[in-house]
Design a protein around this ligand. Sequence first.
Ligand code: MSP
Length: 511
Amino acid sequence: MRKRFYITTPIYYVNAAPHIGHAYTSIAADVLARWKRLDGYDVFFLTGTDEHGQKVAKAARDEGLEPQAFVDRVSAEFRAMAARMNISNDDFIRTTEPRHYAACSELWRRLVANGHIYLGHYEGWYAVRDEAFYGEDELVIGPDGTKLAPSGAPVEWVREPSYFFRLSAWQNKLLEFYENNPDFIAPPSRRNEVLSFVRSGLSDLSISRTSFRWGVPVPGDADHVMYVWLDALTNYITAAGFPNENSERWAFWPADVHIVGKEIVRFHAVYWPAFLMAAGIAPPKRVFGHGWWTVEGQKMSKSLGNVIDPCALADTYGVDPVRYFLLREVPFGNDGDFSYRSLVNRLNQELANDLGNLAQRSLMLVARECGGQRPEASGLTADDLSLKNAAYALPEILRDKLDRQALHEALDEIWKVIRAANIYIDRQAPWVLRKTDPRRMATVLRVLLDSLRVIATVLQPFMPASMARMLDQLGVPQDLRNNASLAVDLPSGVALPAPSAVFPRFVEKAT
Ligand code: MSP
């Protein structure tokens, strides 16, 4: 039986259109999902939309729409964004779906049955923008003297009946869980933040609201809707078939990794495992908190008008260059700054020049000097072997990097080989050999083609469409475009299609 791998993105709030920050999380998770498929795993990759709560209800009201009509529209925009960015999700969950109501209700019933929920009264601060409760001691004072959430979101005083989850009882069990699962939270800086948060003591968590209706009703008490984060987190088991633990999908639970932004690590690494353990369900294996993008040095915001639409970006620069740039520019886990100049530089340097040109030069020579057929290697030199071996070592190296979600390191390793191949082609100068030693020229070109095949194979998760084109040009059959098939040598003497540039240089249009 094939090994399983379950990976998720957060489900995105549908209060506004998708932007580059959302695309970033989805692309990162997509690369990891595609990598696992390439490596022979049976993958379940989930994304979707978070459609309940005050924040979304308010956005609908602001547009004068019924919440359902509003969320239908914005959810469709997120679905379209995923398609446009070539996200290979296996399911798209919406929290307004009946299957999700069923899962939330059952989770709630189990928490009640196990004695983890009680009815009380909430009085305290709430930030609608974060959909989060805050203690007085966590608040900060804004520039105009008002109290703000640590995120800078406005807070309001809430006073209402509420069901509570006995989170306080989970402090030690959570600490024990983190101790026994040192890889549960990554990167380490996020782990430390969570540890100190939990060590400082946990209060019981308000998990229902009565002041608005836009949520999943609490079983047996129609005055309450579930707190949107309890509802939202449950999506990960809904899509895995919960509560039907006999469903095929359930075999994927627990999830291997939840990819999330750093601001929501706490919900995923504290509340979520506590809810699950309390309900007798296994917690996920890992939560990875990535950093945030600013744009040309500034926070992205509607009021600054600098929100970047990933689809528009893809229209101008191409989907694959955007995917590549986002994962190459910033170590995954760190914050980063988006700039058009850097995007264009990387596209022209690393994609068009380093990789595109290498493929183009090699394939043009094969087209011209080898009758357009895959050449045969005879007698490999140390130089040939050193390039070939470096290329063939990539899957093993990347496996280790990508199991740790070190996407930037994976690209770095691939580019080391690409740079080595560029040095190799210049040193071997097959365009000179064509006159002096055609057999040697054939060998050099074959070494280049074989190395490019490995490079294009392992780059597929990052740039699926471009690498499919490169593999077409290299004449690699569809069923051999995976890591295991790299062991299969391709026959020489086979006609290759006419080469064409995979990454055209981006030239700024004169205005
Ligand atoms: N609905 C919750 C998540 C529930 S998961 C059970 C939520 N939604 S969100 O629409 O606000 O999207 C949050 C995610 O989008 C972040 O976790 C992060 O992954 C991504 N980003 C949003 N803005 C971002 C940046 N400026 N930079 C990078 N990623 C950011 O929170």
